[in-house]
Every structure is written in structure tokens, then in C-alpha cells.
Design a protein around this ligand. Sequence first.
Ligand SMILES: *Cc1c(COP(=O)(O)O)cnc(C)c1O
Length: 428
Amino acid sequence: MSRAAATALPGHPHIAYADGSLHVEQRALDGLAREHGTPLFVYSAQWMLDALAAYQRGLAGRDALICYAMKANSSLGVLRLFAQAGCGFDIVSGGELARVLAAGAEPARVIFSGVGKTRAEMRQALDAGIGCFNVESEAELEVLNAVALEQPGRRAPVSVRINPNVDPKTHPYISTGLKGNKFGVAHDRAAAVYRHAAALPGLQVVGIDCHIGSQITEAAPYLDALERMLDLVQAIEAEGIRLHHLDFGGGLGIDYNGDTPPAADALWRELLARLDARGFGDRRIVIEPGRSLVGNAGVCVTEVLYTKPGEEKNFCIVDAAMNDLPRPAMYQAFHRIVPLREAAEGQALRYDVVGPVCESGDWIGRDRDLAVREGDLLAVLSAGAYCMSMASNYNTRPRAAEVLVHGDRTTLLRRRETIEDQLRAEQL
Ligand SMILES: *Cc1c(COP(=O)(O)O)cnc(C)c1O
């Protein structure tokens, strides 16, 4: 058995080599690349459904709502898959609301997060009848109250995002629950903010929420945040304000480079035991997982355009770039890169894998040992979350196509963008 087959790839068992060639479920990626061109995102529907099922198992028997944080991957076909599996959604803009409603989501199962909601977005969400606004500041409470009262008697359902000040031990750009960042209301202010919210006629307090960061690979930060949040729930309820739901946010990590985050079901069994021990087991539980529902389900297939030996480094120039896969450039993130043909011929050399964009920051992977020739196809793994949803048109590059595989069936979720698509909104 070769080394590649001996170590499970991120996305296994649905992303794996079979007969020497990399497959997503029952479809070989080289065939899909020939059919649709590259760069090409390919997702495993079963991986997504399995990831969702792990949360559903962990929360079985509870009044719980899983709201997929759709910014991780907001393609309509992915949203439809989750909507049909009973998911709610966590949105962060009016655009995401329109998108998720177009995919068939139930508005009552939509919650709206984010620090900068506009009045127009608030109106749009109130008109749609969403389930909850996760309010992130005192100023936002005032504006939401005023917008709700534009229709006499209307009340916006709210939850206040509190900042538990726990360190999720992740990259600073994706850590959100520490004192020094823009999200949420400080722990010490929370009770006063709730008192004020409860007194505003255009608001109805329904819950409390927190979200401590992303790509969290340990249980401890969640347990700490839970304890801190329950202390606040006690203080707030002592003032006669009932919190119907407790929202613990998202943030569970995935496998990029041998990472082993806790399994969602095991994590939730542990959290529920604490919740029960503190007497809050009867509350509705809301969670907002994003990355962990989609990240390991996706790959990005890219073609080697050139290999370029250098004095200090060798470069492997591929047709995917930072506009398709922004995470390395943005967060120095690591994605595994593997060949589509398992038994690559020739000798491996050490390369920086880079895209065609005119920026030194345009790299996909550094110091990778690859046996590659021009025209070979590579797969960038763990590319289901925060890749296509962050893609841009920088360098007037069309955004990639996306294909969903389920068993042996494939669906083109998004055709490759054309130059006409890009020019349409502009005029001379
Ligand atoms: C991004 C985000 C999430 C999802 O985070 P993941 O790390 O993808 O699970 C959940 N809630 C809020 C408020 C977010 O901003």
C-alpha cells in the first residue's frame, strides 16, 4: 500500500483514492475535471449529510435548532441540501437572507448575526419573519427597536451576543470571543444590556448567544464559554428576563493537516451533561456550525500550468489562485495538496504551489514535495468552507465552477463564470 493510501485524506471516506485515482464518492475527479474544466470545486453531499448527522445525534432528544452558518459555503445547492435535511441557517447579510430563502429555507429557522446590520437589512429580515436577530451592540439594539416600531406593535425577536472572553486557541483572525475584538457585548455589560433590551417596546428578548472563534480543535474553550454564559443566564434571569434559547455559536474545526477536533456528537454529549448539571437542560439549544459541516467535503481541482525551478525555491504554477482559494493568502492557512493520480511517476521535488495572480501573497501551499509535470491535475483538500464563498474576481479571473457529487450522481451547482458575467454591471 502506498503512503497516500495508508494515511486517510481529509474528507475520507468520501474523498479517497480508488483504483489509483482520487474520487469524491463514486466519481473520479479527473473525469469531472475533463468535463467541467479547472479550477473546479467538487463537494461530497454525503460528507455534508454525515457531518450534520453527527450534530443531530449529539443533540438527539433535545429541543434544538442547527443553524448552518452559510457564509462558510453559500452556494444554493449546498443550502438546499441542508434545508431539506431540516437545518436552519445563520446569516450575516441581507444578501445571504435572499439567497437562503431562494434555496427554500424556512424564515422562522433563520437567525441573523453580524456587527453591522443596516436598517434596510433589518427591515428585510423583519418582513421575512426570521427567528432571531443576534444583536452585537447597544447601538444596534436602539436601531432595531426603531426599525421594528415602523410598524406599530411589531417586535423583533432578539438575542444578545455576549463576549465570554475565552481564548479559543486558534488563529487571531478567526478568534472572536476575546475582549479585544469587535464582536459581541462585554461579559460585564451583558446584564445591563439585557435590562435595557427588555424595556424596549420594539424588541422581544428570546435568547442569548456567543461564538468564540473558528477552527477550534479542543473541547476546553467550549466548556469554558458554556460556564461563563450560564453564569450570565443566571444573572439575567434573576432580573425576571426569561431566556428561551441558548445559542452556542459555531467554530468547531476540521482536518486541514492532521488536525483532530472533537467529534460533534461527543462534544455535544459533554456540553449537554454540563448544561444538565447546572439546571439549564430544558432550554432550546441553538448552534451555528459552518466550517465543520462543509469544509472537509470539498476539494478544488487545479491543473499544473508550469514548473519553474528557482535558485532558492521551485515553483509549481497552477491555474487556481488566491481569488479561488483565499485562505493561505489571508490567514497563512494550510491546505493539503495531492495529485489526482495516486502513483505519480518521476521524482518528487519541493515546490511552492502558486497561482497566476500578480501578488507574492498568491500561494496555495509552501514547501510541498510533489512529483509533477505540466498538465498534471492536483486536488487542494479541505476546500469546502471559506473558499468559494470568499472567491473574488481579482485579476478579472472568472470564478470557478462547482459540482456536487452524491453517490454516482453529479450536479453542476454553478457554471464557470464568463467574462460577460463580470462586465454586465459596468458601463462606459
Ligand atoms: C462564522 C460564524 C459562525 C460559523 O463559524 P465556523 O467556524 O465556520 O463554524 C457561526 N456564528 C457566527 C456568528 C459566525 O460569525
